[in-house]
Write a protein that binds this ligand. Structure first.
Ligand SMILES: [Zn+2]
Length: 120
């Protein structure tokens, strides 16, 4: 009896050894990226095992999670910037008030000196 070569490949999702040919072959799908996934489905019933869907769902979840993480980080950064801006705005009037007081004091001194120089 001629021995038939049996090919196998691990499922890229669950790592189960898939038998690709022969009488004991598993049902599987190969994607365009040459990834192998098991699929066990009785026609007319929901799939018992559909590793490609699980794999794709997982990728989608990762993408969604990544997008959410980025959005959270962006929002946190915006809030930090907003808080820093508000802090600066709060500090500014105080600095300006001090400066104005100082300028007034200088003016007053100058005025008094002129009065002393030119008494009327
Ligand atoms: Zn699998």
């Amino acid at each position: 009896m001629k021995k038939k070569t049996i090919y196998s490949h691990k499922c890229d999702w669950c790592n189960r050894e898939l038998i690709l040919n022969g009488s004991d072959s598993d049902s599987y799908v190969i994607t365009a990226e040459y990834k192998y996934f098991c699929i066990i489905q009785t026609p007319g019933k929901p799939a018992e095992r559909d590793c490609m869907s699980d794999y794709l769902n997982n990728i989608n979840e990762k993408i969604i999670k990544k997008a959410k993480d980025l959005e959270i980080k962006k929002r946190q950064k915006e809030e930090q910037e907003k808080a820093a801006k508000e802090k600066r705005l709060l500090e500014k009037p105080r600095v300006l008030a001090k400066l104005a007081a100082y300028q007034k004091e200088l003016k007053d001194r100058e005025f008094k000196r002129r009065l002393q120089k030119h008494p009327s």
